[in-house]
Design a protein around this ligand. Structure first.
Ligand SMILES: NC(=O)c1ccc[n+]([C@@H]2O[C@H](COP(=O)([O-])OP(=O)(O)OC[C@H]3O[C@@H](n4cnc5c(N)ncnc54)[C@H](O)[C@@H]3O)[C@@H](O)[C@H]2O)c1
Length: 279
């Protein structure tokens, strides 16, 4: 069966693995993919106050007639990733025993967990440390590589699978407190290109693209000290007359994951109403 035949006659059971499924773009995309017929495996990191919201996200997925297999964990922890994938495999085995052919059609990396400290300060405690730099790069960039390695080795990815990683203008532009996150975004875009190339050369039929969202009001944005100025600038600059919303990103990922885009790989795709081109 060719790639195109598979796309047209996809009788397989579509799953989405969303890293960062409990908030912002990952939340909106999880619910939108559930409404489009996907089952959702969500990874998130939430503490007591956030757990009620996680239940609400799971309920919206269930209300769409789908399944929400959620795990509250640090996505950059190797042992926890192994345990989460073992649970995921067990669920796939159950579905196979019931006659289904599950596969992970969509992987979305949408983790926001970074240090917002400047590189330079008189007081070393106020400047970024090695640990903070490495943690930011590990969660927001390098973890993508380790998840894709394990998903490929574990047979979760098949012809037609699509990997998306959330990037931002920060990969090429500077904001005073965004130094480590900017570095992570530049690395993440590079990782997407490398993964796209290696997956294509292996003939896997798996594509990888970075999604560059415009400035979007989410909890992650509101943690950036300069958020008021960033919101003001993006509202003023965006030629579409408004900021990007999580739903814009969700709708784009649902559409990009339909058939016909098996040859689109290694790109940075803007979902921003044209904000980037006005910068
Ligand atoms: N908000 C924006 O303006 C904007 C613009 C462009 C790109 N992005 C990128 O989009 C992605 C999502 O951002 P958002 O604004 O939706 O953020 P958000 O804060 O709304 O959501 C972040 C999600 O990541 C999860 N998470 C964070 N650290 C984790 C960890 N260590 N392990 C597991 N889960 C973890 C949280 O639980 C949550 O589900 C980020 O990569 C961000 O940089 C955001």
């Amino acid at each position: 069966m060719t790639h195109d035949d598979r796309a047209v006659h996809d009788a397989r059971e579509r799953w989405a693995l969303v890293l960062g499924a409990s908030s912002g773009m990952g939340e909106a995309t999880s619910v939108a993919l559930a409404r489009a017929g996907y089952r959702i495996a969500g990874i998130h990191l939430d503490f007591r106050a956030g757990l009620t919201h996680v239940e609400d996200v799971r309920k919206r997925i269930a209300d769409a007639g789908s399944e929400a297999l959620f795990t509250n964990m640090n996505a950059a922890d190797d042992e926890k990733r192994a345990a989460a994938l073992a649970a995921f495999r067990a669920r796939f085995d159950e579905r196979r025993a019931e006659g289904a052919h599950p596969y992970v059609r969509v992987v979305m990396h949408s983790l926001a967990f970074g240090t917002l400290l400047p590189f330079l300060a008189e007081d070393p405690k106020v400047a970024i440390s090695r640990k903070q730099m490495e943690m930011t790069l590990d969660v927001m960039a390098n973890s993508l590589v380790y998840w894709v390695q394990d998903l490929l080795r574990g047979g979760f990815l098949e012809v037609g699978s699509k990997v998306y990683a959330m990037t931002s203008e920060g990969s090429t532009r500077m904001v005073p407190t965004y130094g480590a996150v900017s570095a992570a975004k530049a690395a993440l875009e590079s990782h997407c290109r490398q993964l796209a190339m290696e997956l294509a050369r292996k003939g896997t039929g798996v594509t990888v693209n970075a999604i560059r969202a415009g400035v979007t009001v989410t909890p992650a944005l509101m943690k950036i000290p300069e958020h008021d100025a960033i919101i003001e600038a993006s509202t003023r600059r965006n030629p579409s007359g408004r900021m990007t919303t999580p739903q814009d990103v969700a709708d784009a990922i649902v559409a990009l994951s339909e058939r016909g885009l098996d040859f689109m790989t290694g790109n940075v795709i803007g979902i921003d109403g044209g904000e980037y081109i006005t910068g």
